[in-house]
Design a protein around this ligand. Sequence first.
Ligand SMILES: [Zn+2]
Length: 280
Amino acid sequence: MVIKLLEIGHCTHPHRIIDRRGSWRPKKFPAHVAVMQHPTEGFMLFDTGYAERFSEVTAKYPEKLYQLITPMYLKESEFLINQLLSLGIMVHQIRYIFISHFHADHIAGLKDFPEAKFICSRIGLQNALKLGRYRSLFKGFLPKLLPDDFSKRTIFLEDCKRIKLKSFMHPFCIGYDLFNDGLFSAISLPGHASGHYGLLSKYQKNSIFLIGDAAFTTDDIEKLSKPSKIPNLLFDNVEAYYKTMDQLAYLYSSNHDIKIIPTHCYRASTSLAGEKVKRQ
Ligand SMILES: [Zn+2]
């Protein structure tokens, strides 16, 4: 089992937006993607980060507001497909893409993987799809980023085997075992977006908990930072977000063998820098 984090572009916005004690100066927030290899199922991605397509679907108003509020920066060398190729992984070798939630900076690359199956929350998808054009936009979802055959290639994690997590994950108790072998467990992390899930897996000695946007950075978990009121408008449920953050803070302080990886955190990605993906 191997894992590697890749930075697929970044956006900038004032740190103050995600932390009431932060500065108003613009700060970089990377969009990380995890590449993982299951021993028999092959390669799986955790989200896709940005793609050029994000600029295309936000070229006109009202969607342009998304690009203005959180401008994307993505060099060709950072394209997900290019970074996978540099690891010796071809597009068709990506068998699964786990979608933590449907915000555009997590799903912009889905159309680049025509053969992959998608693993996501049924509730998350249903709630995203029932929003109209404007409400979708203000909830950070751009429907044009979904492949036309998305529903035909989707596995709902709620249909996977429901399991009781081991005690070391306290206060998180319940997960969904994606491949029925105990290697990848989806864990609900509500609040940031409807149907928001993290992914727990084990690599060598460490358990790695990819938490998407349940917290923006490791610092936020350590300090229990509260976002400003602006992202509260984007969140699915602010109270649930704070409760999830409290649970993550408890896990972080009580179990140092688990690496908790927020998507937009440079500090967390550095902690995984030593992990390599094997070439096939
Ligand atoms: Zn998000």
